[in-house]
Write a protein that binds this ligand. Structure first.
Ligand code: RB5
Length: 146
């Protein structure tokens, strides 16, 4: 398992928490920053992670901004990406089982570090269920072929 992670200025603190978690879990990751707290534009940080996931350079992506919303919208513009905006553990599990999400987005201004850690741990370790969910995903991904 290899993960790409980034944030904007609104997600820097939570990104640090999550990279600490990835280290604790022994999960290899590439961190796209940013390296300072200066104001940046979230698409500039979401798209490199989404491109890496779409190209198969990494297995999963983690995106953090103030709300998680801008990051998730930007990531979902990249073909092959299924980015889920998640702020609870139930949804973290369900979006892996049902949506085979390959990127998770969270908002540092929405949840605390403890919950975010549980969400990411759950999301990274939950398998896609396949079956009927595969058919539903195919119907969405087919839109990218048009
Ligand atoms: C930055 O102020 C904020 O807009 C951003 O972090 C994010 O919440 C956007 O969706």
């Amino acid at each position: 398992m290899k993960v790409a992670i980034s944030s904007d200025h609104g997600g820097n603190n939570l990104r640090k928490e999550i990279t600490d978690l990835l280290k604790e879990l022994g999960i290899e990751y590439v961190d796209y920053g940013p390296d300072s707290d200066a104001s940046v534009d979230y698409p500039d940080y979401a798209i490199p992670v989404a491109n890496d996931v779409a190209a198969g350079k990494v297995d999963r992506g983690i995106l953090i901004c103030g709300t998680g919303i801008g990051m998730s919208i930007a990531a979902n513009k990249v073909k092959g990406i299924r980015c889920a905006l998640v702020h609870d553990v139930f949804s973290a599990k369900a979006t892996r089982e049902h949506n085979d999400s390959n990127i998770i987005a969270m908002g540092e201004r929405v949840i605390g570090a403890g919950l975010a850690r549980e969400i990411v741990s759950t999301w990274l370790t939950t398998e896609f269920e396949g079956g009927r969910h595969e058919r539903r995903i195919d119907k969405m991904m087919d839109l990218e072929k048009q």
